[in-house]
Ligand binder design. Structure first.
Ligand code: NAD
Length: 394
């Protein structure tokens, strides 16, 4: 049995920054901070579409916790979280029971399947490194099988959802299509690799102004991606996807990008659930649970001015450190502070040279400028991580 004063579940954007901040605030004090994750590394989730399409290697988008937490007063526990007992303040994991005084839940999102039959069994969602990597090899395996079958289903990819995740994956795949055609002897027709995006609504990139969604769809269509609007996934089978209007689209490689929710283990734990996530107050605590914070994709936070915060890395990066400050305050007799959220906007990549974005709710950016802005956002995160990890300290 291990006991922690603060236990952080999940080392994604929110959880890792929270653990680092806790380590800093509680250094030299008699408090134990623990960080639990199933993987021994932090994943740069915003780059997983590149792993799925094969433009980035799995090792390029992860950083070992051992490296980040070296010499930090944070104990890393590599374990799968099986269950939470909120009354006993205990987390049951594959590495045994962990007890806490204060819990910070940052397990990240899992695919919201809306109970659509076959999605969980036959489609992959790039919410973590393992499924992104599996998507890449499933796609290549199916393209290799095309030579034996000459069946178009083996060279067809269907992506469910034209949100940011679906559009970024489609863009990356479209960019790779010429390589795939060459490497797998695909026919010249329809670009070799056939890419469909089936979206339930009539537009792409829902939180953006419509014009930006239209730009993204047009640019990807120019590269051979076929958007099927008003076409919800109704069922996924091994041989393909059944769409809302009853059309069956034969396809062996299916990606599900229909949105995220809090993981099953949290929904079973007895937390309140709102819009698939755990509602939190402005200090990031779960109402009714004095000692439990929820941050990142698992949390549903409604900002007074900005409304509900989207489940993005940007949101997680803001929540993690604030929850850590508040947890440290509870332990050391300070007072908790509300999260002051900022929305700087977002950029969606359309392959490795093109992107579309909307910054500060006003500035619309396109093409290479948008692409390099996205790169700058990724670099900024790494700079924040270095700062929080103290790597700049001489
Ligand atoms: P999302 O919820 O933003 O989009 C899901 C899409 O799937 C929607 O367009 C929805 O209409 C569609 N959909 C739902 N049910 C469907 C069905 N049955 N069939 C077909 N389509 C269906 O989800 P996401 O794209 O995974 O994004 C999740 C969050 O992460 C969002 O807040 C997003 O902004 C963020 N994100 C941001 C970036 C970025 O900033 N570059 C990248 C990826 C994700």
């Amino acid at each position: 049995v291990q006991e922690f004063d603060v236990l952080v579940l999940g080392g994604g954007y929110a959880g890792l920054l929270a653990a680092l901040r806790l380590g800093k605030r509680l250094a030299g004090k008699p408090f134990r901070v623990g960080l639990v994750d199933r993987n021994p590394y932090h994943t740069l989730v915003t780059e997983l579409h590149r792993v799925a399409a094969g433009t980035a290697s799995p090792t390029a988008v992860r950083i070992p916790f051992a490296k980040i937490l070296k010499d930090k007063p944070v104990s890393f526990v590599r374990a799968e979280v099986h269950a939470l007992d909120l009354r006993e303040r205990r987390v049951d994991t594959s590495a045994g029971a962990l007890h806490y005084k204060i819990l910070l839940v940052a397990l990240g999102g899992e695919a919201e399947t809306y109970g659509i039959p076959g999605v969980a069994e036959h489609a992959l969602s790039a919410t973590a490194l393992a499924p992104a990597r599996l998507f890449r090899y499933r796609l290549e395996h199916n393209l290799a099988r095309y030579a034996y079958t000459q069946d178009d289903a083996f060279r067809t990819v269907v992506i469910g959802g034209a949100g940011f995740t679906g559009v970024e994956l489609a863009g990356e795949l479209a960019f790779r299509a010429p390589d795939f055609r060459e490497a797998f002897d695909l026919p010249d027709t329809e670009g070799g690799l056939r890419i469909f995006v089936a979206e339930a609504t009539d537009r792409a990139l829902p939180p953006f102004p419509e014009e930006l969604g239209r730009y993204a769809a047009r640019r990807l269509a120019e590269r051979g991606v076929r958007f099927l609007f008003g076409s919800p996934f109704r069922e996924v089978r091994e041989e393909g996807v059944l769409l809302g209007d009853g059309t069956f689209l034969p396809a062996r490689t299916v990606a599900w990008c229909g949105g995220v929710r809090a993981p099953e283990v949290l929904r079973r734990a007895g937390f309140p659930i709102q819009n698939g996530r755990i509602p939190v107050g402005n200090d990031l605590r779960v109402p009714g649970f004095e000692d439990v914070f929820a941050v990142g994709d698992v949390a549903f936070f409604v900002d007074e001015d900005l409304g509900p915060l989207p489940p993005t890395a940007q949101t997680a990066i803001q929540m993690g450190p604030q929850a850590a400050e508040n947890a440290a305050a509870l332990l050391t007799g300070g007072s908790v502070q509300p999260l002051r959220a900022k929305n700087r906007g977002a950029v969606a990549t359309l392959g490795p040279q093109d992107a579309v974005g909307c910054l500060y709710g006003r500035y619309r950016i396109y093409g290479r400028l948008a692409f390099w802005t996205k790169r700058a956002i990724e670099m900024r995160y790494l700079a924040i991580l270095r700062r929080e990890a103290g790597w700049y300290t001489p």
